[in-house]
Write a protein that binds this ligand. Structure first.
Ligand SMILES: *Cc1c(COP(=O)(O)O)cnc(C)c1O
Length: 359
């Protein structure tokens, strides 16, 4: 089978072995004579795979099921932008604005209560991660976005947030590297960047934080509704969660250290080119320490060269989706966990060729 070299930001590349397992399970799940899409979510077979996927999430995070609970919800990361403040914003919350997704999260929090943007890199078109942030010690929670999909920035180190509960949108870098997940009171991630297909959102909540939730949110928007029902208050995204489960197994077989080492190696193929030819490949991230391992963004000297780059990358090597987000332009290669090393090597090789022919 011919695979396109797909550098899409999301929905994005999945491991080939996961696609193969899924194609089998779509026809017949474990010899039951029915598709994983045809099974009742209340059946013991589906329940077993669902609970195992919840447990695997916590195992990968190094978190205890006594302290944390795992949900697989619909609505995307975008629904979490409003669910989070509806449950946890009592008086005021602190937000760090590091990009378009963070801005959207802020907008939703403002519907609910006082939302303090305690730091922002908006004035510099989100080309860096703010440092030495002063948070409010009496905030209900602090919200960050660990990886900024559109701008190619990421937190290398977590900010010092004291004893205020820390919440993060990890949609585009979840399980791309080890992290001290115990620092977080709530983590959410749309699956379609690094752990599965669109349609399911992972939410991990610290139980002691959940105990502080407001009771006023409507039923479906209340985390407690879903937690109390084992994330099956209503029909969960069954197939999408199955695929997440298979992807987590694929990650666990490698371990997060190995996944990170691989991601660093891949990203450096491209960042080394930026550093070698800074006049031609202009990385958009100001501070090297803020460079994302997942979304790598750059400009060429002119928009005409960028168009030419995209056309030739496709025609010569079948490389797709290298255009930057419509709001920023330029170029972006998304090289999530499942993006094979040789795709990135091919891109790096093409970048060298293209520069020699066009500089
Ligand atoms: C893609 C993305 C989102 C939006 O996710 P949806 O599932 O489409 O709502 C939110 N945050 C980040 C960081 C993203 O990369």
């Amino acid at each position: 089978m011919k695979r396109a070299l797909n550098f899409s930001p999301g929905p994005a590349v999945l491991p080939m072995s996961v696609l193969e397992e899924t194609s089998q399970a779509v026809l017949d799940y474990n010899g039951l004579g029915m598709s994983v899409m045809e099974m009742s979510h209340r059946s013991k077979e589906y329940d077993a795979l669902f609970v195992e996927t919840q447990n695997d999430t916590l195992k990968l995070m190094g978190l205890s099921p006594d302290e944390y609970t795992v949900l697989f919800l619909g609505g995307g990361a975008s629904l979490q932008f409003i669910m989070l403040p509806m449950n946890f914003l009592h008086k005021k919350a602190d937000y760090v604005n590091t990009g378009e997704w963070a801005s959207k999260a802020i907008k939703e929090a403002q519907f609910v209560g006082e939302c303090n943007v305690v730091a922002s890199s908006k004035e510099a078109n989100f080309t860096y991660i703010p440092k030495d942030i002063k948070f409010n010690a009496d905030a209900d929670y602090i919200h960050i976005t660990t990886n900024n999909t559109i701008y190619g920035t990421a937190y290398k180190n977590l900010p010092d947030t004291g004893s205020v509960p820390l919440v993060s949108d990890m949609s585009s870098d979840i399980f791309s590297r080890p992290r001290d997940f115990s620092r977080f009171s709530l983590i959410y991630a749309g699956a379609q960047k690094n752990i599965g297909p669109a349609g399911v959102t992972l939410v991990v909540i610290k139980k002691s934080f959940l105990d502080t939730a407001k009771t006023t949110a409507p039923t479906m928007l209340k985390y407690k509704t879903h937690v109390d029902a084992g994330s099956m208050f209503n029909t969960p995204p069954c197939l999408a969660t199955y695929v997440v489960g298979r992807t987590l197994k694929w990650i666990m077989a490698q371990g997060l250290e190995a996944v990170e080492a691989n991601n660093i190696k891949k990203a450096n193929y491209l960042y080394d080119i930026f550093d070698a030819y800074p006049d031609f490949y202009k990385g958009t991230v100001k501070d090297k320490a803020d460079r994302s391992l997942m979304n790598i963004t750059w400009n060429l000297p002119t928009p005409e060269l960028e168009d030419k780059f995209i056309k030739e990358a496709k025609a010569k090597y079948g490389m797709l989706n290298l255009k930057g987000h419509r709001s920023v332009g330029g170029m972006r290669a998304s090289v999530y966990n499942a993006c094979p090393m040789d795709w990135v090597q091919t891109l790096a090789k093409f970048m060298e060729e293209f520069m020699k022919e066009n500089k």
